[in-house]
Design a protein around this ligand. Structure first.
Ligand code: NAD
Length: 466
C-alpha cells in the first residue's frame, strides 16, 4: 500500500464508529489541491532540473500548514500522505490550520550553500506566484533536509515579491530568531515528544498495561535518527528525565551502550564530526536497519517512514513505540504489534509539538510583538511587592536566590514551553478518554478524536443551537 493509502486506511477504520456519510469521508480524505513544479537552476555552468510538490489536503481553516522536505525520496504520494497527516494532527491538538506539505526531490548534501540558496529561492518563487505560500493561505516549516536556514531564504523571497504585505514574516515558521522566529521552535518537536512520554508515565494504569517499569528513567530507550527531532528528544530525555538511552541509530550504523549513552557528549561529537561514529561513547554497529530490532522498553523511530514493516516486525523487541517520525509503521505491522500487546503512540499526535510552536510563531508574527514583552517586568514588580509584604507582616527574610526564582517573569521560551506542554498533555488525555470509551488502540482513538473534531466543520453538528 502507498503511504497515502495507509493514512486513508486509518481514517476509514476510525470513521466506521462515527457515522460519516461516504461522500463526506471521500471529501475529507481527498487532497484538495496539488502543484507539481520543475525548477531549473544554473549549477556549474549548466541547468539542473529539480522536481517539487506542494499538496494542500484541507482548507476548512486557513492557512494550511505543513513542512517542506528536501530528500531524494520525495514524491507526490508521500507529499499527499504527509499533507493529510497534517490535517488530522492539527485537529487533534486544536491548532487552527488546514493540512499541507511540500517537498523537493534533491539530496541536499550534494550541493553547497550558495547552490541550495538558489534552488530554494527558485522553488519558493514558483510556489509563491502560484498561491502555495503566503501568511494567509499556506505556511511551510522545516522538515527532513530543511531547517531555519531554508525558511529564512523563503521569507526573504516572499518579502521581495510582496513588499506590501505587512505580515510577510508569517509566510513561514521555523525561521531564525532575528528574522521573526520564536524561541523554542527548533527543539519543539523533540520536546513535545518528551512531554508525550512524560504524560504517558503519569498514567500509571497505561504504564502497567504496557508492562513498562513504573518510572521513565528505569526504562531502556532506543532512538532511530539523530537529526532535529531525534537529537532534541534525546537531549530532553537525558537532561530532564535522567533517561537511559542505550542505542541511537543513524543512516550509517548504530551507537550502542547497554549502560546508557552520554547524550551531551554525543551531541558535541556530532557537532564536530558530523557522525555518531568514531567516539568512545559506545560500540558502533555498522548495520543501520537493525536499530528497530534492538531489545529495549521504548523504541522511538525518529527518521523515516516505513521502517517497521513485514520484513522486520516479528523481530521488534520492545513494549512501547513512540512514533516521532511520520508513518514509521505500515498498517499490517501495526496490527501485528497490537496483537502482540506492544503499545504504539501514533505520529498524528506524537510529533505535533512542531506545529504547535509554529502556530505560536505565526501568532507572534501577526501580532508583531514578542511574547512576554509587555507583562514580564510588571509581573516581576507585583511579585516582589507581595514578597516584601509577606516579609513585613511575618517579620521574616527570604533567601535572595529564592526571591530571584519566584519573581522571574515569563520569557518567550518559558511561554513557548508552557504552551507546548499544555497542548501535548491536554491532547493525550483527550485521546486516552476516547481510548477508554471505544476500547481500541491509541492510533484508532487519535484518528477518532481528529475526525470527530473535523466533522463539525462539514455538518450541522458545528452550527450553533438556538
Ligand atoms: P532530519 O533530516 O533533521 O533528521 C533525520 C535524521 O535521520 C538524520 O540525522 C538522518 O541522517 C537520519 N537518517 C536518515 N536515514 C536513516 C536511516 N536509514 N536510519 C537511521 N537514521 C537515518 O529530519 P527531522 O526533522 O528530524 O525529521 C524526522 C522525522 O520527524 C520525519 O519523519 C519528519 O517528517 C518528522 N517530523 C519532523 C518535524 C520537525 O519539526 N522537524 C515535525 C513533525 C514531524
Amino acid at each position: 500500500m502507498s503511504f497515502k493509502k495507509n493514512v486513508d486506511h486509518y481514517v476509514e477504520q476510525s470513521a466506521k464508529n462515527l457515522n460519516f456519510t461516504s461522500d463526506l469521508l471521500e471529501h475529507i480524505k481527498a487532497t484538495h489541491s496539488l502543484i507539481k513544479v520543475n525548477v531549473g537552476v544554473e549549477i556549474d555552468g549548466g541547468i539542473k532540473n529539480f522536481t517539487g510538490w506542494r499538496a494542500v489536503h484541507s482548507e476548512h481553516i486557513l492557512p494550511s500548514k505543513g513542512g517542506l522536505r528536501y530528500s531524494n525520496s520525495v514524491d507526490q504520494d508521500d507529499t499527499e500522505a504527509l499533507a493529510a497527516l497534517m490535517t488530522y494532527k492539527c485537529a487533534i491538538v486544536d491548532i487552527p490550520y488546514g493540512g499541507s506539505k511540500g517537498g523537493l526531490r534533491i539530496n541536499p548534501n550534494e550541493y553547497n550553500e550558495n547552490q541550495l540558496r538558489n534552488i530554494t529561492k527558485t522553488f519558493a518563487t514558483k510556489l509563491i506566484k502560484k498561491g502555495f505560500i503566503s501568511p494567509a493561505i499556506n505556511v511551510p516549516a522545516p522538515d527532513v533536509g530543511t531547517s531555519e536556514r531554508e525558511m529564512g531564504w523563503i521569507k526573504d523571497v516572499y518579502k521581495s515579491l510582496r513588499p506590501e504585505d505587512i505580515n510577510y514574516r508569517a509566510c513561514v515558521t521555523g525561521k531564525p530568531r532575528h528574522g521573526g522566529g520564536i524561541a523554542g521552535r527548533t527543539e519543539a518537536t523533540g520536546r513535545g515528544i518528551e512531554e508525550v512520554i512524560r504524560e504517558f508515565f503519569r498514567n500509571k494504569e497505561e504504564v502497567k498495561k504496557a508492562k513498562l517499569n513504573e518510572n521513565l528513567k528505569d526504562n531502556r530507550i532506543v532512538i532511530q535518527g539523530f537529526g532535529n527531532v531525534g537529537r532534541h528528544l534525546a537531549y530532553e530525555l537525558y537532561n530532564r528525565d535522567n533517561a537511559q538511552i542505550i542505542a541511537i541509530g543513524e543512516y550509517n550504523g548504530i551507537l550502542y551502550n547497554e549502560n546508557g549513552i552520554d547524550i551531551n557528549k554525543l551531541i558535541e561529537c556530532v557537532l564536530f564530526k558530523k557522525t555518531i561514529e568514531n567516539n568512545d561513547l559506545g560500540k558502533f554497529i555498522r548495520n543501520p536497519k537493525e536499530i528497530v530490532e534492538v531489545e529495549c522498553d521504548i523504541l522511538v523511530p525518529a527518521a523515516l517512514e516505513g521502517v517497521i514493516n513485514k520484513d522486520n516486525v516479528e523481530k521488534v523487541k520492545t513494549k512501547l513505540i513512540v512514533e516521532a517520525a511520520n508513518g514509521p509503521i505500515d498498517p499490517a505491522s501495526d496490527k501485528i504489534l497490537f496483537n502482540k500487546g506492544v503499545t504504539v503512540l501514533p505520529d498524528i499526535y506524537v510529533n505535533a509539538g512542531g506545529v504547535v510552536v509554529s502556530y505560536f510563531e505565526w501568532v507572534k508574527n501577526l501580532s508583531h510583538i514578542r511574547f512576554g514583552r509587555m507583562e514580564k517586568r510588571y509581573q516581576e514588580h507585583k511579585l516582589l511587592e507581595l514578597i516584601k509584604l509577606i516579609e513585613k507582616t511575618t517579620n521574616t527574610k527570604t533567601d535572595p536566590e529564592l526571591i530571584k526564582t519566584i519573581v522571574h517573569g515569563a520569557d518567550e521560551i518559558d511561554l513557548t514551553n508552557s504552551g507546548l506542554e499544555d497542548s501535548m498533555r491536554n491532547s493525550f488525555n483527550e485521546i486516552l478518554s476516547i481510548k477508554k470509551q471505544i476500547k481500541k488502540s491509541f492510533r484508532e482513538s487519535a484518528y477518532y478524536l481528529s475526525l470527530k473534531k473535523l466533522r463539525k466543520f462539514y455538518t450541522k453538528e458545528g452550527l450553533p443551537r438556538h
